[in-house]
Design a protein around this ligand. Structure first.
Ligand SMILES: Nc1ncnc2c1ncn2[C@@H]1O[C@H](COP(=O)(O)OP(=O)(O)OP(=O)(O)O)[C@@H](O)[C@H]1O
Length: 259
């Protein structure tokens, strides 16, 4: 397993990488997409945001990297409100992987993975070494894949590239929005295992969105359950299992029993 560079890169002024929501609301028109969210995600923690479709998970994630700004309340990243952060500077410290991967189709795999390091003006040898390291890490042979274009990959390979890109600049914070959603179950399990191992090794602050309770239990140090824009349960797997909240119970009922 390749070693990561230090958690905070040299030009990183995030000495504390916790993320905090203080009374956060996000409203469009007269509709609250997220309401009254209070939450602290500690450094090195993997918070799994679980919820059914439309419950506000993606909206919550986008409030962290300033793709959205709270209507009221504050989201703090490293003790500074996202509104005080320069959006570009903030996003370069936050890896972001999404189900559709968001790869640039006219960039090769190598260029996609090296995107943020190149924006950060890493030297060419350092950048190339990092791209190779990340592709290897995600189980994609660099000699085979680095020069290909995204449309020359399978969906699962594209997802791996998306995660490699999110990790490439060694950001202290990772936002993952159903990154394994479209995969076959075998590849999915493989990537979940790889991700869990990596998370333990690298100790990043992770917020991971899923609607799969098994994935939440497998990957989360804590689970946050969203329902109709609110964070209705927050706790460990054991606390979640004991929760009397009907939405938690509804998710528990989705766990497979012996077939
Ligand atoms: N730009 C927008 N304008 C209006 N409504 C929106 C907008 N973006 C999201 N919504 C609505 O806000 C609610 C929450 O959306 P969000 O994407 O956060 O849910 P989610 O929990 O991530 O769902 P999924 O699991 O399906 O991705 C949904 O009802 C959605 O239709």
């Amino acid at each position: 397993m390749p070693q990561s560079t230090s958690r905070n890169s040299p030009n990183d002024d995030l000495s504390n990488v916790k993320v905090e929501f203080r009374d956060v609301n996000f409203r469009i028109g007269r509709r609250d997409l997220v309401s009254q969210v209070n939450l602290t995600i500690n450094q090195g923690e993997a918070l799994l945001l679980l919820g059914r479709s439309g419950s506000g998970k993606t909206t919550t994630l986008k409030l962290i990297n300033r793709l959205l700004i709270p209507t009221s309340g504050q989201v703090l990243v490293g003790d500074r409100s996202t509104q005080e952060w320069d959006a570009i500077a903030l996003r370069r410290k936050i890896g972001y992987a999404i189900q559709e991967t968001g790869l640039f189709p006219h960039f090769t795999v190598g260029e996609n993975v090296g995107l943020v390091p190149s924006l950060l003006q890493w030297s060419r040898p350092k950048l190339e070494a990092r791209v190779y390291e990340m592709l290897n890490l995600m189980g994609l042979e660099p000699e085979v894949f680095a020069q290909r274009y995204p449309q020359q990959l399978s969906g699962g390979q594209r997802q791996r590239v998306g995660i490699a890109r999110a990790l490439a600049a060694d950001p202290p914070i990772l936002l993952m929005d159903e990154p394994f959603g479209a995969l076959d179950p075998i590849t999915r399990l493989e990537l979940q295992q790889q991700f869990r191992y990596l998370q333990k090794q690298l100790g990043k602050t992770v917020v991971f969105v899923t609607h799969d309770i098994q994935e939440a239990f497998f990957l989360g140090t804590r689970i946050g359950l969203m329902h109709e824009g609110q964070l209705v349960v927050l706790g460990s797997k054991e606390e979640f299992m004991r929760s009397p909240h009907p939405e938690a119970q509804a998710f528990m009922a989705c766990l497979p029993t012996n077939l």
